[in-house]
Design a protein around this ligand. Structure first.
Ligand code: GRF
Length: 223
């Protein structure tokens, strides 16, 4: 996957807090993820993640998507700025805008998203509330390859956790977030290292078709 052997160039797309971006940064700093963050891009110029990226000396791009009018034109300009950073892999880490098909298609197989549900359950918003409304006993997060369908691309990896009777949307989100961080680092590592890749609508890992998403283990590996 990387052009420079061993070091994948990442573009990280964020809309807010950016704790998943921080997890990627920490994994790179720890030598766990062999990658560099070439760009942090956001559709919210005041996203806290951007300030931390700048402070860390990482290039940023920001353009407000709200009220931009022509959706396709905004997507085109935004993705042109992302492409200019020449990423090997684009990671949507809390990026809360749906990109249209024309923006996504050139990056098929090179764009990952983290979503707080056990996809294909609960694409879209309010996943924690929807888990509680459905009475699910299990919740989790997924990392999938991005396609034109919202939260609908092939799922690479998941993390699972139990839901208790006392849970609220807030408690579920708080308990899931640190698991998301481990999941995202492990999934990005799997793709950046070349171990896993998308082929058509399938995912190949170590040359084998994945018949079910990889699961995050207690030691933070994927199996
Ligand atoms: C995460 O829960 C992610 O799954 C969802 O938005 C949240 C982003 O958190 N899409 P952060 O901005 O990475 O802290």
């Amino acid at each position: 996957m990387p052009r420079t052997p061993g070091t994948a160039r990442l573009a990280v797309l964020v809309s807010g807090r950016g704790s998943n971006f921080d997890a990627l940064r920490a994994a790179i700093a720890a030598g766990q993820l062999h990658a560099e963050i070439a760009l942090v891009a956001s559709n919210r110029p005041h996203a806290p993640a951007l300030a931390r990226a700048r402070a860390a000396g990482i290039a940023t791009h920001a353009s407000e998507s709200r009220g931009s009018g022509d959706r396709a034109a905004w997507d085109r300009a935004f993705m042109a700025a992302v492409a200019a950073a020449q990423p090997d892999l684009i990671v949507l880490a809390g990026f809360m805008r749906r990109l249209d098909a024309a923006a996504v298609t050139p990056w098929l197989g090179r764009m990952l998203n983290i979503h707080p549900s056990l996809l294909p359950k609960y694409p879209g918003l309010d996943t924690h509330q929807r888990v509680l409304d459905a009475g699910d006993v299990e919740h989790g997060a997924s990392v999938h390859f991005v396609t034109a369908e919202l939260d609908g691309g092939p799922v690479l990896a998941q993390v699972r956790m139990p839901v208790s009777a006392a849970d609220t949307p807030h408690s579920l989100a708080a308990r899931l977030l640190p698991l998301e961080h481990h999941l995202l680092v492990a999934a990005v590592t799997a793709v950046a290292s070349g171990r896993c890749r998308m082929q058509g609508t399938a995912i190949l890992c170590a040359g084998q078709i994945l018949h079910a998403p990889l699961q995050l283990q207690d030691d933070a590996s994927l199996a």
